[in-house]
Design a binder for this molecule. Structure first.
Ligand SMILES: C[S@@+](CC[C@H](N)C(=O)[O-])C[C@H]1O[C@@H](n2cnc3c(N)ncnc32)[C@H](O)[C@@H]1O
Length: 319
């Protein structure tokens, strides 16, 4: 079966298993009842999109996702909303250009629910999960290097850097060394082979809650998909994309992403600093941050949907 292809049976279970994260909270901050054009930068399976469209019949939604398989599924799930939805395949880091290509300059709401979708995670052929046997792919879109190419070709020092920076993996050196040694014996081509190498390389991981391969898999996914630079590019555009009083909601799943969101919102909310007084010049403030602290899922939500566990939502309003 080729990349992105989905078996019928799997599709049905993916549809049923997919629960949008922090949905009620996202809607509270986005206020779809205001109507207008909203952009969902991470359409995925269309869960948040469907709720936005259902909340207000005058709302139009532009759904961006770089994964062609996501579009296929979202189109099916959102079919009932017909021409109120516009689908754009591409990177949200190119949001301004993508929206311009369909004649849209400003929107009332921007949503990004970062990370991988359950569709991506649960499809073994995509190689995102160390729990499922599959090739080391991990590409969300249809271009760029695969995780296998990185694991088998990057120099040891680069692997160490990626694992420690993007995975905050304390035993990055050990793991990188073990990977390079495994390459000499014929390379690493599947998720379970890589997991095995990581498990053998890591010491003293004891009885931890998470699998010892978690951080290295996360790091590879971030590198493959250039996730942090894409988020930085998106955050650099949000203030210009939003109409006055427009709302922004970003849901992130790990601290590196959340830091980028938090810092950008802080800077945009502070505006320029007056050199003489040291105070922020209020007329240059672009956003008001609506979430002093990130919003976390309730215990009840995590019980129903364990993937929500690490989610953090931040929101802002365009001034
Ligand atoms: C967590 S899922 C979104 C789920 C969606 N909110 C729902 O309710 O179904 C994240 C989606 O964002 C997409 N994505 C991640 N990074 C992206 C980027 N830089 N540009 C465009 N899409 C991206 C992924 O392909 C994935 O489908």
């Amino acid at each position: 079966m080729g990349r992105g292809a989905i078996r019928k049976g799997r599709g049905r279970s993916t549809d049923a298993a997919h629960v949008p994260v922090l949905l009620r909270e996202a809607l509270e901050y986005l206020e779809p009842e205001r109507g207008g054009t909203f952009v969902d930068c991470t359409l995925g399976l269309g869960g948040h999109a469907r709720a936005l469209l259902a909340a207000n019949p005058t709302l139009r939604l532009i759904g961006i996702d770089r994964d062609p398989a996501a579009h296929k599924w979202a189109r099916r799930r959102l079919a009932a909303f017909g021409r109120r939805v516009l689908y754009l395949q591409g990177e949200f880091g190119d949001a301004t250009e993508l929206l311009r290509s369909v004649g849209v300059e400003k929107v009332q709401g921007v949503l990004a629910d970062l990370g991988v979708s359950s569709l991506q995670l649960d499809t073994p052929e995509r190689g995102f999960s160390f729990r499922l046997e599959g090739p080391l792919d991990m590409r969300m879109g249809d271009s760029g290097p695969t995780a296998g190419e990185i694991v088998n070709r990057y120099g040891e020092a680069d692997l160490v850097r990626i694992f420690s920076e993007y995975g905050e993996e304390r035993q990055a050196r050990r793991v990188a060394r073990a990977i390079v040694a495994a390459r000499r014996k014929g390379g690493i081509s599947t998720t379970s082979e890589l997991r095995e190498v990581i498990h053998r390389a890591k010491r003293h991981y004891g009885r931890r809650r998470i699998d010892p391969a978690t951080q290295v898999f996360q790091a590879l996914r971030i590198e493959v998909n250039r996730e942090l630079s894409g988020l930085e590019r998106l955050m650099g555009q949000v203030a210009d994309l939003l109409e006055r009083d427009g709302r922004l909601v970003i849901i992130s799943y790990q601290s590196l992403e959340d830091r980028i969101v938090k810092n950008t919102l802080r800077d945009l909310a502070r505006g320029e600093i007056d050199e003489v007084t040291g105070r922020s010049r209020s007329e240059t403030r672009l956003l008001e941050v609506l979430t002093r602290k990130p919003v976390r899922p309730s215990e009840a939500e995590v019980a129903v949907n364990p993937r929500a566990r690490s989610a953090r939502l931040r929101s802002a309003r365009r001034l």
